[in-house]
Each structure stands twice: as C-alpha cells, then as structure tokens.
Write a protein that binds this ligand. Structure first.
Ligand code: MG
Ligand code: MG
Length: 256
C-alpha cells in the first residue's frame, strides 16, 4: 500500500533530508587521494550521531556500515573498507539517517582529485537526469514518467540505465512503496499523488547496463567494469513542481 504523508511527516522527512545532505557535505570535505573509504564512514557516523540521529543503513538487513561507498565500477552498496581513494576515482556515497522515527536517504558521486573528461561528463549527465526525473515527479503523473525522463536523457547521452535497482518511497521505513525505476514508459505505472514521498536515484553506467553481485552479497558491480554514477534526492510530490526535501547545496557550497 502506498501512503501519502501528512505535512508534519513531510517536515520530519525534510529534517532527515537536510541532515543527510549535511552529512554528505561533511564526507565530501574529506574526499581526497589516500583517504580510505572506512575513514569516510567514520566521519559520517560521528556527524550523524553528533546531530542526535542514528545512521539509517547500519544494521539494515545486516548492512555493516553507515555509508554505502561505491568506487568506479561499483554501482551501489559498496562496503567501506581499507581501500585508499586514488586520483581519478569517482566515488558514490549513499547515506541514510533515522531521526524522530523517520528516514533520510540521499547519494552523491564525488570526483577524487582530477578526473577524466569522460568521467566528468558521466557525473554531469547522471546528476542532470535526476533533475529531469524530479521535473516529472508531479501529482497526476505516473511513476513511468519519472523513469522515462531519466532513461531517455541518459540514453541520448550514450549511457545505460541499471535495471536491477530502483528508487523507492520513504517514510518511517527506508524502503516503502512504490518502487521508482529509472526506466519506463510515459503514462504507465503507479499514479503519483500529492504528498507521496519518494527517493529518485539514477544509477547510470558508462558502458553496458549489466551488473553482477559481489561475493560479499551486497556490492553491485558493472559486468564490463566501466564506471557507474549514482545521485539520489528525496522529494514530496506536489502539483506542478515537487518539493525537494534533501539537497546538494551543502556539498556544492551554495548554502554556506
Ligand atoms: Mg540511498
Ligand atoms: Mg534510496
């Protein structure tokens, strides 16, 4: 069943959205060649707890860490580890919070030092596709409108869309209905109702769309080992224009 949220619930989800956004910005300050992904995880956990919240992913279905950190050909759900970031890597950082009984969930793919022009374009297109999806996330539309917007933009740029993982509703639970695929057909799927809260999260590959599961049972990796990017924001569906509950402004220094 798909629940629409009350305005009080939306404000609690916004508080989580802002905290998760600030956490990603804090992590972003530490991203540099030589830093291990486990060090980044510690930064996030401490920041979340210092703000009176709990890491939303830690222990979720047995997930061992605060962050999902996915480098280069890892699409999502990478484990923080003793891997030291290298100049030229791209690193997706996905963060969850639990605060006042609700959840936050957002992701950003960072460049480590100088990256190639091709990788820079992958990040730009993936992030832009997220905003294309958000433009389609309005009441009266359908879930397929969002997927179509993301997919058509990314494929027009020569990239492919991962099929095995999708966005989702967000509320008291990290993953609620409906599923929000990054591919689809306009006018198809669940109807979008005012005050539904969803996470839109394109996972976009430089090469082919195919992925496989890491031996650890979590990491999702591109079969061709080309790079993949991931950006995620939480939005409340409204008439005409979604209300975006998390933000990249802290990361991109638009807010300080
Ligand atoms: Mg996420
Ligand atoms: Mg998510």
């Amino acid at each position: 069943m798909i629940k629409v949220k009350t305005s009080e619930e939306i404000e609690l989800l916004r508080e989580n959205g802002i905290l998760v956004s600030k956490t990603l910005a804090e992590v972003g300050k530490h991203i540099a060649p030589g830093v291990t992904t486990l060090e980044l995880d510690k930064v996030a956990e401490e920041f979340i707890r210092d703000n009176g919240a709990e890491p939303g992913f830690l222990g979720y279905n047995g997930f061992p860490s605060t962050l999902c950190i996915s480098v280069n050909d890892t699409v999502v759900h990478g484990f923080p580890s003793d891997y030291a970031l290298r100049e030229g890597d791209i690193v997706s950082v996905d963060c969850g919070t639990t605060y006042k009984g609700y959840n936050g969930d957002s992701a950003y793919t960072f460049a480590v030092g100088e990256i190639s022009e091709a990788d820079r374009k992958l990040l730009e297109v993936t992030k832009a596709s997220l905003y294309k999806g958000i433009e389609a996330a309005v009441s009266g539309g359908r879930i397929g409108d969002i997927g179509y917007a993301v997919q058509s933009y990314c494929e027009a740029n020569g990239y492919s869309v991962v099929r095995e993982l999708v966005g989702h509703g967000l509320g008291r639970h990290l993953h609620e209905s409906p599923e929000v695929p990054n591919f689809g057909r306009r006018g198809h799927g669940v109807k979008l109702l005012e005050n539904m809260v969803i996470c839109i999260e394109p996972m976009i590959n430089q090469g082919k769309k195919d992925v496989y599961l890491d031996d650890n049972g979590w990491g999702v990796i591109t079969c061709d080992h080309r790079k993949s990017a991931h950006f995620e924001l939480t939005v409340a569906i409204k008439k005409g224009k979604a209300d975006i509950l998390s933000t990249f402004d802290f990361i991109e220094n638009k807010n300080n």
